[in-house]
Design a protein around this ligand. Structure first.
Ligand code: DQA
Length: 143
């Protein structure tokens, strides 16, 4: 099984950006943790992070041609704005788990809209970086 872990804008700033909300661990730490977790689960994992909407659309399209089986996706701020990213996910039809580090439901009104939620097979929010591992587990085990 091949899983793509996809992250949107400012996730490369983990550990620096608003640590009270997003924690003190870096993006590199997240990648290393998920590599180990994926190895334990026996899945192949790849990573991509971009601050650019079109680059994320390109990565979603590429996932189709790379025969990716599942996407773990934190679209970050584009969650709340991007029809293009939502359309790309619909176009490829790859099962996608939407992940948010913070509990978006308990935050500002503008974070209550998600263009991704209706397309994702599951949404995990408010579990910190553990949410990404839980998303891998869901794609692999269905739980
Ligand atoms: C986020 C929540 C979004 O509202 C925000 O724009 C982010 C990160 C999260 O992981 O909690 O950049 O997706």
């Amino acid at each position: 099984m091949k899983i793509l872990v996809l992250n949107g804008p400012n996730i490369n700033m983990l550990g620096i950006r608003e640590p009270d909300i997003y924690g003190r661990q870096s993006y590199e730490y997240l990648v290393e943790t998920l590599k180990k977790h994926a190895a334990e689960k026996g899945v192949e994992v790849s990573f991509y992070q971009s601050n650019h909407e079109g680059s994320l659309v390109d990565a979603i399209q590429q996932a189709y041609f790379d025969k990716i089986d599942g996407i773990v996706f934190n679209p970050a701020a584009y969650t709340h704005t991007s029809v293009a990213i939502a359309d790309a996910l619909k176009a490829v039809g790859i099962p996608t788990v939407e992940v948010h580090i913070s509990d978006v439901a308990a935050r500002e009104d503008f974070r209550q809209i998600s263009y991704i939620r209706g397309i994702a097979v599951k949404t995990i929010a408010g579990k910190g970086l553990d949410g990404y591992s839980l998303a891998i587990d869901f794609l692999v085990d269905g739980e």
